[in-house]
Design a protein around this ligand. Structure first.
Ligand SMILES: [Zn+2]
Ligand SMILES: [Zn+2]
Length: 368
């Protein structure tokens, strides 16, 4: 008798179809995860609407938290986990042996890449269970698996990915030091995570910016996540606001906006001479109104691109979430089942009703 598990397959844009797939056998080196929750980010709604086009069909979901239902002996030793443990699964696989993996850059692993990322790999490739919109996710031998501290529930734990990104982009990449003035552009879950990460690293002053009424609630929440100043750039000039509050400009600017062409100009204008600008948001266009390339020269700025998370940041994120120092549990959040996730993704894409700061999908049987 073959036992099946329920998944959602994105067969084409906006077509999430419920399917039953057989549960695979587990050997010494791999594992099977019973999914409890999967976080949703901008990538999820862009895959759903077809703005990102990875090649269909696949099981989406790359911010997965669940319980190890079966784990091979060698995998358990390698990941330092056991059956029944709650874990978070990184989107990238990593061989651990190539030059990139050994130098702490698993995102550039030579044996893995975009084609076998969780939440993207094709459902036709056995065993098909490559994403988190599912009752079970298969964990291949080169998975990166992180134990979830017992104090964390699975829904809040799905923030391991955005908070890991916030820690890497706002602290590790720009080498943020105690006392630094940090400006974060974008007040979504990644922006609030970046603010909390900067504050946790000892930043002396943290500003968060947003734009327009859609960001009102997010900017209102920003002080709870370490922001000393929250600015709606549609109402107030962020450079003037930062100068008025601190007497100067930012040591570190972190841009986590999405589709905000003016953000690059603002980021450069907000940085002090000799400062660092981390570009972690994509504009979706080559137009950058208000951007002065000469300012980079005259101020001798460092501009750094940042994409994705590494294992140190993920571990630090899980610890910070478990510490409950910041109210991540109370973020504006919508938890969808399989029947509601299409509507949630539509809302998150800005095509429907109001979008939550944090969206999560929970498979059948794992509902609270
Ligand atoms: Zn994501
Ligand atoms: Zn590798």
């Amino acid at each position: 008798m073959t036992v099946t598990t329920e998944v959602l397959v994105l067969e084409e844009p906006r077509q999430l179809v419920r399917r039953g797939l057989p549960l695979p056998d587990v050997g010494d080196d791999d594992a099977l995860l019973r999914v409890e929750a999967c976080g949703l980010c901008g990538t999820d709604h862009e895959l759903f609407t077809g703005e990102l086009f990875p090649g269909y069909a696949f099981v989406p979901g790359h911010e997965t938290v669940g319980v190890l239902e079966r784990v091979g002996a060698r995998a358990a030793r390698r990941w330092r986990v056991g059956e029944g443990d709650r874990v978070a699964v990184e989107v990238y696989q990593s061989c651990g042996a190539c030059a990139a993996c050994r130098s702490g850059e698993p995102r550039r692993c030579e044996r893995h890449g975009l084609a076998d990322m969780y939440g993207f790999a094709p459902v036709e490739r056995p065993p098909g269970l490559w994403g988190g919109y599912a009752q079970h996710q298969y964990l291949a031998p080169d998975s990166q698996v992180f134990p979830v501290p017992p104090a964390l529930d699975s829904i809040v734990a799905t923030l391991f990915n955005p908070l890991g990104a916030g820690i890497r982009w706002a602290v590790a990449v720009p080498n943020t030091r105690p006392g630094d003035v940090v400006a974060v552009l974008g007040p979504g879950v990644r922006g609030l995570s970046a603010a909390a990460a900067a504050k946790e690293a000892g930043a002396g002053f943290v500003m968060v910016t947003g734009v327009g009424p859609r960001d009102d609630a997010r900017l209102a929440a920003a002080p709870d996540f370490g922001a000393d100043l929250a600015v709606d750039v549609g109402v107030r000039d962020p450079v003037g606001a930062l100068r008025a509050a601190t007497g100067g400009l930012a040591d570190i600017v972190v841009d986590v906006t999405a589709k905000a062409p003016t953000a690059l100009g603002q980021a450069v204008a907000l940085a002090r001479p000799g400062g660092t600008v981390v570009l972690a948001g994509t504009r979706g266009t080559d137009e950058t109104p208000g951007f002065s390339p000469d300012a980079i020269v005259l101020k001798e700025l460092s501009l750094v691109g940042a994409l994705g998370v590494d294992s140190d940041s993920t571990r630090a994120a899980l610890e910070l979430l478990a510490s409950k120092k910041y109210p991540f549990a109370d973020l504006s959040r919508r938890v969808a089942g399989f029947d509601d996730v299409s509507q949630l993704l539509t809302d998150m894409a800005g095509e429907g009703g109001p979008a939550p700061v944090h969206g999560v999908v929970v498979p059948p049987g794992a509902e609270a």
